[in-house]
Design a protein around this ligand. Structure first.
Ligand SMILES: Nc1ncnc2c1ncn2[C@@H]1O[C@H](COP(=O)(O)OP(=O)(O)OP(=O)(O)O)[C@@H](O)[C@H]1O
Ligand SMILES: [Mg+2]
Length: 283
C-alpha cells in the first residue's frame, strides 16, 4: 500500500483537484484500489465528488476512537474509488475529545491507516502547516507537493521542505514529486520557476504539468472527475500523464502487464487509447 499526502503551504495550488483527478485516473485506468481522504475542513474534495459534507461522518470520529474506519468510507460512483469525507469538526479535532490529552495525537492517522486494504491512499491536506497536515505527512510514505508557476508559490516550497525535514526523524517520507498546475507552456518565467523548484527539491519536478483549463472547475461543479465530464479536455490528458508518471516513480519495478485499461471505452477516442502503447506499461 502506498500512502501519499498531497500538500503545499500555500492555498489554491490545485491540491484538491490533483488529489481527485489522479485518484480517479489510478482507479479508472490502472485498476488500482484507491482511498481518498479529505483531510481539510473546507471539504472541497468531498463536494468535488458530489457529497454534502454535512450529511456524512469524517475521519474526525475515527481519530477520536469513536468510530471505525469502515463506518466512514463512502463508495463513490467510480469503481475502485472510495472516499472518507471531511466535515468542520476536522478543523479543531486535535483540541477536542481524546486527542486533546494525547501527546502522540499526530500518530493516530498513521495507526488508523496501517490496517486497511487499498493499493493507494491519497490524503488531501489544508493550505497550512497545521496539525492535520503534519498528521497526514507522518502517516504517509510519500508527499506530492503542489505548486503553481508563480513566485510566491515556488518560494513557499522552501518552507514546506524545511517542515518535512523537521518531521523526518518521526517519519522519513519521500517527496514523490512536485506537480505544477495552471501551467502556461509559453510562460515567460518558466525556466526560472523550474530552476527554483529544482533548487529546493532536486530532481523532483514532474515532467507532466497540468495546464490551465476551466474544465477542471466545471467538472467539480458536477461532482465528478475530469474524465467523466470532459474526457477529451487538455486537463484530462495532463492528469493522465501525471498519474502515469507518479505510478512509474512509485512502482520502480515495472512489469510487462499493460494495466492502462479503459473502464468505459465510450469515454475515449481511439487516438487516446493508442497513447497507452506509446507510454508503455506501468504497474
Ligand atoms: N489546471 C487548472 N486550470 C484551471 N483551474 C484550475 C486548475 N486546477 C485547479 N483549478 C481551480 O482552481 C481552484 C483552486 O484549486 P484547488 O481547490 O484544487 O486548490 P487547493 O490547493 O486545493 O486549494 P486550497 O488551498 O484552498 O485547498 C479551484 O476552483 C479549481 O477548480
Ligand atoms: Mg484544497
Amino acid at each position: 500500500m502506498k500512502r501519499i499526502a498531497v500538500s503545499s503551504f500555500k492555498g489554491g495550488t490545485a491540491k484538491t483537484s490533483t488529489s481527485l483527478n489522479i485518484a480517479a485516473a489510478f482507479a479508472k485506468f490502472h485498476k488500482k484500489k484507491v482511498l481518498l481522504i479529505d483531510f481539510d475542513a473546507q471539504a472541497n474534495l468531498t463536494t468535488g465528488l458530489g457529497y454534502d459534507p454535512d450529511e456524512h461522518d469524517s475521519m474526525a470520529g475515527v481519530l477520536q476512537g469513536e468510530k471505525k474506519i469502515e463506518d466512514v468510507v463512502l463508495h463513490t460512483h467510480i469503481k475502485n474509488l472510495d472516499l472518507i469525507p471531511a466535515d468542520t469538526w476536522l478543523e479543531r479535532v486535535e483540541v477536542t475529545g481524546s486527542l486533546a490529552a494525547d501527546r502522540y495525537s499526530h500518530e493516530r492517522l498513521r495507526a488508523v491507516l496501517s490496517n486497511i486494504d487499498y493499493d493507494i491512499v491519497i490524503i488531501d491536506t489544508p493550505p497550512s502547516l497545521s496539525w492535520l497536515t503534519e498528521s497526514a505527512l507522518i502517516a504517509s510514505d510519500y508527499s506530492l507537493v503542489c505548486a503553481t508557476p508563480e513566485f510566491y508559490s515556488v518560494k513557499g516550497l522552501e518552507r514546506l521542505g524545511q517542515f518535512m525535514d523537521n518531521l523526518s526523524h518521526r517519519n522519513p517520507l519521500e517527496v514523490i514529486g512536485v506537480a505544477l498546475s495552471f501551467w502556461n507552456p509559453r510562460g515567460k518565467s518558466n525556466n526560472e520557476f523550474q530552476e527554483l523548484i529544482d533548487h529546493t527539491f532536486p530532481g523532483k519536478l514532474l515532467d507532466a504539468k497540468v495546464r490551465r483549463d476551466i474544465q477542471v472547475s466545471e467538472a467539480s461543479i458536477h461532482g465528478k472527475s475530469i474524465f467523466e465530464v470532459f474526457p477529451k479536455s487538455r486537463a484530462a490528458e495532463d492528469y493522465k500523464s501525471l498519474s502515469k508518471e507518479l505510478l512509474k516513480r512509485m512502482y520502480t519495478q515495472t512489469n510487462s502487464k499493460l494495466d492502462f485499461e479503459q473502464e468505459d471505452a465510450s469515454n475515449f477516442s481511439s487516438s487516446k487509447s493508442s497513447s497507452v502503447l506509446e507510454h508503455g506499461a506501468i504497474s
